[in-house]
Design a protein around this ligand. Structure first.
Ligand code: 2AM
Ligand code: CA
Length: 266
């Protein structure tokens, strides 16, 4: 079989994602409360998520041989083959529906359990973050890297507040308390894919969240890694894609950051 040129493939994915981003932006501000449904507690979805996902699946299916899909709005088509697209058509749906301009499309390609390509498109700022395995990370075509810092006191941290699984909110608040005291500040964007892309771009120095799904983090985690970040679960291990816990951190502060998270979560 012809080997896939990942750089070329990434290019094609970014064009497609940009096009679908145009559709999403065209619907911004137009979705009424009656067109929003709640999949589960606080898990919102509209025709925009669904239509965007259908368009992505239809076109991504053409780009690699015999792909399968793991996608937020159509979990049922998850029959796994060597190539699998992991898709979040609209990461930050709550922001989108409340007209808060931070939401993204996240598309990753997995080959035999390894993420080999990631694209995160932050739509309202027209920022296309992408990476492929071994190829580095980019923002609108320019290479990006984690920020050069020396200690935690200079760091800006991103997180997502628990919105669904409240079983560990005490532990989570413990960690926030420490980070409030010891860092430059904490931000909560509402789109995990964007948070990870921002770590890659050196805007944030660390991101942590629990209860996320693979489609929220698949693309962003590769982009962060290719930009020099360390990505792990709360134990410092590699189970961040399906393990529902993720840390992406600038190596300069990895040790101390992990200690704070582990102290809180026990
Ligand atoms: P989603 O918009 O694609 O569902 C941020 O905390 C992450 O959690 C986002 O990536 C978001 O992905 C997901 N999320 C789902 N429901 C949420 C909610 N009610 N509030 C915040 N984030 C939510
Ligand atoms: Ca999501």
């Amino acid at each position: 079989m012809k080997t896939i040129n990942l750089q070329e493939l990434t290019n094609r994915v970014t064009s497609l994602v940009r096009e679908v981003g145009g559709f999403i932006l065209g619907e911004y501000g137009k979705v009424g409360e009656a067109q929003i449904s709640e999949k589960d507690h606080n898990m919102l979805v509209s025709y925009v998520d669904e239509e965007a996902e259908d368009r992505l699946i239809a076109q991504l299916g053409e780009l690699v041989p015999n792909p399968s899909f793991l996608a937020e709005e159509s979990e049922s088509i998850d029959l796994k083959t060597d190539y699998r697209w992991i898709i979040d058509p609209l990461d930050g749906t709550t922001n989108f529906l409340h007209q808060i301009p931070c939401f993204a499309i996240s598309v990753a390609l997995e080959y035999k359990d390894q993420i080999i390509l990631g694209v995160v498109y932050e739509i309202t700022r027209d920022e296309m973050f992408f990476a492929w395995d071994g190829g580095g990370a980019y923002l609108n075509g320019r290479p990006i890297q984690v920020r050069q810092i020396k200690d935690l006191g200079e760091s800006l941290i991103a997180t997502g507040f628990p919105y669904h699984d409240y079983s560990r909110t005490e532990a989570y608040c413990q960690v926030l308390k420490q980070l409030m005291r010891q860092t430059r500040g904490i931000r909560r964007m509402g789109s995990a894919a964007t948070d990870l892309a921002y770590v890659a771009a050196g805007r944030f120095d660390a991101f942590f969240e629990y209860s996320l799904s693979p489609w929220d983090v698949a693309a962003g985690s590769l982009i962060a890694r290719e930009a020099g970040a360390i990505v792990c679960d709360f134990s410092g291990k590699n189970d961040y894609l399906f393990g529902e816990e993720i840390i992406a951190v600038n190596p300069a502060i990895k040790k101390v950051f992990l200690e704070i998270v582990q102290e809180g979560f026990g």
